[in-house]
Design a protein around this ligand. Structure first.
Ligand SMILES: [Zn+2]
Length: 407
C-alpha cells in the first residue's frame, strides 16, 4: 500500500528526515501551499528523494466566491494566485471578484480545455526553475538531468453533488486526457458528496462506464470519516473502491484516509493520503475564514485511530497498555522510570515535545502497513475484534467493531 502524507510547514522537517523516508511512499502538496510557499517547497524537494504529487484543489472554482475569503473578508492570497494561474485572470480582475457571486467562474464549452491545460501545466511546472533547467539541459547528459517532476498528475475536479456537477467533472477529466500527451500518469479525480452517493446506488458502475478513458482514479468522498461512519456508509465506500479497482486492473488512490483505507488494500485500494497529525477526512467545500491549524492529534496504534491530545493523556492514565512501544516511544521510555505510578504523564509530555509524536505515527503506520501486506483480511479483522475486547474499557473503540463487521 502506498502511503502518502500531506505536506505542510509544520511536518516538512520530519518528512524530510533521511531515516524516515523508508516509512512511507510520498508526499502530497496542496496547490495553495505549492504556490504560496514555492521557494521553501522547492528547497524541500531538492533534497527529498521520495515521490510527490500536487493536489490542484480545483473544487473551489465553482463554489461561492466569499468562501475563499479570510475572516476580514479579503480573498486569500494563495487562492488568488491559483485563480491567476488556472484561469489567467489578471490580479485586478481577481480583486474585483464579486464576493456575493455564487461561483468564482462560469464555465462554458470553449474554456474547459484552457482550464484543464493550465491545471496540468501548473502541476508539471510549479517547481521547475526555468534558468536552472536551461543550464542543466545544456551541460548534462539526458540521463543525468534531474527535473524533480511529480509522480502523478491529477485532472481538475469539482465536488460532485448532482447530475450536473457529475457531468461537468467527467468532462474535465475527459478533456484533460484528450489534451495530455506526457508520460507522467494522469489520474481522474472523483470527489463525491455523501448525499449524491446515497441517491445513486449504481454510481460506481456508471463511473466505470463513463470514465473508460482511464485506469487511474483518485477518489475522495467528501466528509467521509471512517471512525464515525455508519455501517451503510462504510459498505458503500468499500464498494466504490472494489468496483473502481476492477479486480486490481485499475489503480485507485484515496485522497483522505485512515486505518480503514489500509484494510481496503485487500479490496483493491492501492494507496491513500492523510495528514501526520490526523487529517484523515475533509469536506470538499471551503468556508469563509476556514482552514486553521486545529488541535494536536496523537495516533494510538492499539485502537487504530487518532485521539486529541487531552483524550490521549486521559486514556493512557486509565489504561497504561495504550502506551505505544514503537521505536520512538521505546526511546522515550528508556529514559523514564516505568515503575513510577505517574509514569504515563512524563511519557506523554516527552512524546508531545519536539514533534516526536509525528515520528511515532510514521513508525506505527509503517508497521501497520507491513502487517497488512503479510496478513489475510480475515486475520486482520479478527485482530480488530480481539482489540475491542482487550481495550474494552476505552470509550474510543466502536469503529473497530463496525470495521470488522463490515468488511
Ligand atoms: Zn510510538
Amino acid at each position: 500500500m502506498r502511503l502518502y502524507y500531506r505536506y505542510d510547514n509544520v511536518v516538512r522537517e520530519v518528512l524530510a528526515l533521511n531515516e524516515l523516508l523508508g516509512t512511507y511512499h510520498g508526499v502530497v502538496i496542496p496547490a495553495t501551499i505549492a504556490i504560496y510557499y514555492k521557494n521553501s517547497v522547492s528547497s524541500f524537494l531538492e533534497n527529498y528523494r521520495n515521490p510527490y504529487f500536487i493536489d490542484p484543489l480545483t473544487y473551489f472554482i465553482n463554489q461561492p466566491a466569499k468562501n475563499i475569503c479570510n475572516r476580514q473578508n479579503n480573498a486569500r492570497r494563495s487562492y488568488k494566485m491559483l485563480i491567476q494561474d488556472y484561469l489567467n485572470f489578471d490580479v485586478e480582475e481577481i480583486d474585483d471578484i464579486h464576493l456575493e457571486e455564487d461561483s468564482i467562474w462560469d464555465f462554458s464549452d470553449d474554456n474547459i480545455e484552457f482550464f484543464c491545460q493550465n491545471v496540468i501545466d501548473f502541476q508539471m511546472e510549479c517547481f521547475k526553475d526555468p534558468e536552472m533547467m536551461d543550464f542543466l539541459n545544456e551541460y548534462l547528459e539526458e540521463e543525468e538531468q534531474q527535473e524533480n517532476l511529480p509522480e502523478l498528475l491529477m485532472t481538475p475536479y469539482v465536488l460532485i453533488e448532482n447530475d450536473e456537477t457529475y457531468e461537468f467533472n467527467r468532462r474535465l477529466a475527459e478533456t484533460s486526457f484528450e489534451i495530455y500527451e506526457g508520460e507522467i500518469p494522469l489520474f481522474a479525480c472523483i470527489t463525491i458528496s455523501k448525499e449524491y452517493l446515497g441517491r445513486n446506488p449504481n454510481l460506481e458502475h456508471r463511473i466505470i462506464d463513463n470514465f473508460n478513458f482511464t485506469n487511474n482514479f483518485i477518489i475522495w468522498e467528501s466528509d467521509f470519516n471512517a471512525i464515525y461512519e455508519s455501517v451503510t456508509n462504510l459498505l458503500r465506500f468499500k464498494n466504490i473502491v472494489r468496483i473502481l479497482s476492477q479486480e486490481g486492473e485499475n489503480t485507485v488512490i484515496n485522497l483522505y484516509g485512515d486505518y480503514f483505507s489500509l484494510l481496503l488494500s485487500k479490496l483493491g485500494l492501492n494507496g491513500f493520503c492523510s495528514g501526520l497529525r490526523g487529517g484523515t477526512k475533509k469536506r470538499a467545500r471551503l468556508s469563509r475564514g476556514g482552514g486553521g491549524g486545529g488541535a494536536t492529534n496523537v495516533y494510538v496504534p492499539q485502537i487504530r485511530r487518532f485521539l486529541l491530545e487531552d483524550d490521549f493523556r486521559a486514556e493512557i492514565q486509565r489504561d497504561e497498555r495504550l502506551i505505544c512501544n514503537c521505536r520512538k516511544c521505546d526511546e522515550i521510555n528508556d529514559g523514564l522510570i516505568i515503575d513510577d505510578p505517574i509514569y504515563p504523564e512524563p511519557y506523554a509530555n516527552d512524546l508531545m515535545d519536539e514533534k516526536r509524536y509525528l515520528e511515532h505515527f510514521l513508525l506505527c503506520r509503517q508497521e501497520e502497513n507491513i502487517n497488512i501486506e503479510e496478513m489475510e483480511l480475515e486475520d486482520l479483522l479478527n485482530d480488530l475484534r480481539e482489540k475491542t475486547e482487550t481495550y474494552a474499557i476505552s470509550a474510543y473503540i466502536n469503529h473497530m467493531t463496525r470495521w470488522a463487521n463490515d468488511l
